[in-house]
Design a protein around this ligand. Structure first.
Ligand code: DGP
Length: 115
């Protein structure tokens, strides 16, 4: 999508601190980190949010994205202490960028419930 900042990161037209990528997903450091490790995992294909991932490809897309996020967490050394995966959805969910993304948060103890 031409006016989507995460599509532009995925196609390389705006810079990001990329930590991993494959043909279907990109992981890059959040501009405004909320934890010592804060990485965003996005599909290269534009999908606005998890509620918009529907149809025959949705299972594969979401499954692959979570597996990729878990692999990124492993590669960043988060397995031993653990980490949090979050996908904010819509206004009440706190979503501000409308391209599906999983936050990978780690490196400190996470509070519960979230704010
Ligand atoms: P959310 O509020 O769940 O939609 O999270 C969006 C996140 O995206 C937020 O933590 C800040 C981050 N972000 C927004 N624009 C950019 C950008 O241009 N580059 C990077 N690296 N992160 C961005």
């Amino acid at each position: 999508m031409s006016d989507c900042v995460f599509c532009k990161i995925a196609d390389g037209s705006i810079p990001a601190d990329i930590v991993a990528q494959n043909d279907h997903a990109v992981a890059f450091r959040d501009l405004d980190p909320k934890a010592p490790v804060h990485v965003l995992v996005i599909p290269t294909q534009h999908v606005a949010s998890v509620r918009d991932a529907s149809g025959p490809d949705a299972d594969r897309l979401l499954g692959a994205l979570f597996q990729f996020a878990a692999g990124v967490a492993t590669d960043l050394g988060l397995d031993e202490r653990g980490y949090r995966l979050v996908t904010n959805t819509g206004p009440d969910g706190g979503q501000s960028v409308f391209h599906l993304h999983i936050h990978v948060l780690g490196g400190r103890l996470m509070a519960w419930p979230p704010g």
